[in-house]
Ligand binder design. Structure first.
Ligand code: ADP
Ligand code: ASP
Ligand code: MG
Length: 405
């Protein structure tokens, strides 16, 4: 059997943890399996490197940031190979250049395009455990790129898919995917399984447990995923196409503080304005989330939308640049201390009153809703970020999610 095992930062944070992982991998290896290990940087190394960069130059070139960040993963894979050697298991560490993991050229948020499987296969044939740097790739300029925060999950799924692995296991510091972030809701319950679609929504809406692109890729290539703890042997959560249980109206609650609201006020109320506004942003790879447009009055209208906090300053700059050209407006209003709270569930569209119930939960705890957006399988609201924990708990309670699953 070919097994891809991915371990996150907390799972390789120190010497003991590295040996814990090495032992788990050695077990599979000794049972006769082919083992590929994908690692994140140790502990909070990526945050540490980003802080360092910010001190030197808050507007550091993105290419240089990636050059810096990729060192984190390079450190952990080399140490893991050494640990396996210490246990008497042949192992080799490889970085993105060595496996020829190609991405597009977007530094900081690159997409994997293809992976050369030759080198990996050759090492596996020599009965080595192959340890690969997560989160990084190489673009057509022969430069390092990174896949976005949490991107090691995506590396693991991409490798599992390219090599047709039998299993792709994502090991982390919680026992699986919960009905809410267990750090916010202490009595959240672990799900034994979840569909790709539901997981994709949860991940995209802020459940950091899986990188959203890893879920997208797992769905596209039919890679069955398991999310489980690196510290115990409990079963974890299986992410797959269909789950056995009935479709629950709401499966999970998720929040995201990495968001900000921008309102462009006093735009002309004529055709093409929304197109121009969002097209300018799209050209700079700025993702826009909840969008709200006011009814036109006196020939003007307002458009509000959310972007991630890292994009907000750039988004404003772009809009201001077009103020006297294609976008004419009166002013921009920005709010950074906001957060999204969402509920997700594949059965939502067949259960009436789900959104109302969520709004009631927020009303119960006196939380004001600033914006609302819905899809077939989710409802998202924008609120003041200071109320996030309170709101998530209230909504989780309202849907009695601790008792299901
Ligand atoms: P790793 O370093 O292993 O990749 P992450 O910090 O990226 O770990 O992801 C694990 C964390 O995700 C958990 O510690 C947990 O706080 C958080 N998390 C957020 N939402 C959820 C959820 N619904 N289920 C489980 N964990 C969640
Ligand atoms: N080390 C990277 C990060 O902290 C990638 C990952 O952990 O998946 O975002
Ligand atoms: Mg992660």
């Amino acid at each position: 059997m070919l097994i891809v095992k991915k371990f996150g930062g907390t799972s390789v944070a120190d010497k003991e943890k590295i040996f814990n992982v090495a032992n788990r991998c050695a077990e599979d290896y000794k049972a006769g399996h082919d083992v590929i290990v994908v690692l994140s940087a140790m502990g909070k190394q990526t945050d540490y490197l980003l802080d360092l960069a910010r001190e030197i130059n808050p507007k550091a070139p993105k290419r240089e940031l990636d050059m810096l960040l990729t060192t984190g993963e390079q450190t952990s894979v080399a140490l893991m190979a050494m640990a396996l050697h210490a246990l008497g298991v042949p192992a080799i560490s490889l970085n993105a250049f060595q496996v020829d993991m190609r991405t597009n050229s977007t530094y900081g948020n690159a997409k994997i395009k293809r992976i050369d499987t030759d080198r990996i296969n050759r090492e596996l044939e020599m009965r080595k455990v192959v340890i690969i740097t997560g989160f990084q790739g190489v673009n057509r300029y022969e430069d390092y790129t990174t896949l976005g925060r949490g991107g090691s999950d995506t590396t693991a799924v991409a490798i599992a898919s390219a090599l047709h692995a039998d299993k792709c296991e994502i090991y982390t510091d919680v026992d699986g995917v919960y009905t809410a972030d267990p750090r916010i809701v202490a009595d959240a319950s672990k799900m034994s399984e979840i569909t790709y679609d539901e997981m994709l929504e949860l991940a995209s809406l802020g459940a950091g447990v899986l990188h959203n692109r890893s879920v997208e890729m797992a769905k596209k290539y039919g890679v069955p995923l398991v999310v489980r703890s690196s510290l115990n042997n409990s079963e974890g959560t299986v992410v797959k196409e269909e789950v056995k249980m009935e479709k629950l109206a709401v499966r999970g609650v998720v929040s995201d503080k990495n968001t900000a609201r921008i309102s462009v006020i006093g735009l002309k109320d004529i055709p093409g304005v929304a197109f121009k506004l969002f097209n300018h942003l799209a050209r700079y790879d700025i993702n826009v989330d909840i969008i709200l447009q006011s009814i036109g009055r006196d020939g003007t209208k307002d458009i509000s939308f959310t972007v991630s906090k890292d994009n907000v300053d750039e988004a404003i700059e772009i809009i201001e640049r077009h103020r006297t050209g294609s976008l004419q407006y009166q002013k921009i209003d920005v709010e950074k201390s906001v957060a999204k709270v969402s509920i997700v569930g594949a059965g939502m569209n067949t259960h009436a009153g789900v959104a109302a119930k969520m709004f009631e939960a927020l009303y119960d705890v006196g939380v004001n809703i600033k914006m609302i957006s819905t899809s077939e399988i989710r409802v998202t609201v924008l609120i003041d970020d200071e109320y996030v924990e309170k709101a998530v708990k209230a909504v989780h309670d309202k849907f009695a999610l601790s008792e299901h699953h």
